[in-house]
Design a protein around this ligand. Structure first.
Ligand SMILES: *Cc1c(COP(=O)(O)O)cnc(C)c1O
Length: 222
């Protein structure tokens, strides 16, 4: 068994029922994705539009793509309808752009709303209050070509386990509060995407049902 297949199997055997794995393949060559695909992995995460487009063309048609990086508005049209999920919707403006592009393409684009809870200042995303406030305006109801599927976020990059637990709990809790405020979202706003190579087990313990693991599967990015 290849290392990639072995790592995948290690992870998938530890995933509880109902938790899905995004294999984060950014910066890794198609051959590496192919190995993961051959081992049964179907969902891949990419963070750059050009790289993603090339990989979509190179990989089998039933590969499932999640876009997980910061998405510039001028790149939206290149990926709408081609990815199963845009996990990184971080402003109302970007949501509007994706909605318009999806409407023009005649598709409904599933998305996650990205939360910023980590202590790093450079990360993108809504704060929990910003997201709750925006959703309270009901503006999103006009975005009929978007399907709001849940939230995505990252914990602080720290060794402080308590802080990591707090960050993950806040992300999961924010999803719960959103559904409480908008009960008609309950059926669809179900995804909590959190947890990476070094913290995915903690994320699951705090309510993640979609983990995004790269380095542990594919090795260091070069
Ligand atoms: C790169 C990346 C990951 C994967 O991180 P690893 O530490 O390599 O597992 C997960 N989520 C996002 C948003 C990323 O950009």
């Amino acid at each position: 068994m290849s290392t990639i297949a072995q790592r995948l199997s290690e992870i998938t055997t530890t995933l509880p029922e109902g938790v899905r794995l995004v294999a984060v393949s950014k910066f890794h060559p198609v051959e590496a994705l192919r190995e993961a695909y051959d081992a049964g992995q179907r969902i891949f995460g990419e963070s750059r539009v050009q790289e993603l487009i090339g990989k979509i063309e190179a990989m089998p048609d039933d590969t499932v793509w999640h876009f997980i990086g910061h998405l510039q508005t001028n790149k939206v049209r290149a990926i709408v309808g081609k990815v199963a999920m845009i996990e990184s919707v971080d402003t109302p403006r970007l949501a509007g752009f994706i909605n318009r592009a999806a409407a023009d393409a005649g598709v409904v684009q599933p998305v996650l709303l990205q939360l910023h809870v980590a202590q790093e200042e450079t990360k993108f995303g809504f704060t929990p209050d910003e997201l709750l406030d925006w959703l309270a305006t009901d503006e999103w109801r006009n975005l009929t070509s978007l399907k709001l599927c849940g939230v995505m976020g990252m914990a602080s990059n720290t060794d402080d386990q308590e802080r990591i637990r707090q960050d993950f709990t806040l992300i999961a809790e924010t999803r719960r509060r959103i559904v409480e405020a908008h009960p008609d979202l309950a059926d669809t706003f179900a995804t909590v995407s959190m947890g990476m190579s070094h913290d995915y087990l903690q994320a699951i313990a705090c309510g993640s049902n979609l983990v995004r693991v790269g380095t542990y599967i594919f090795g260091e990015r070069t």
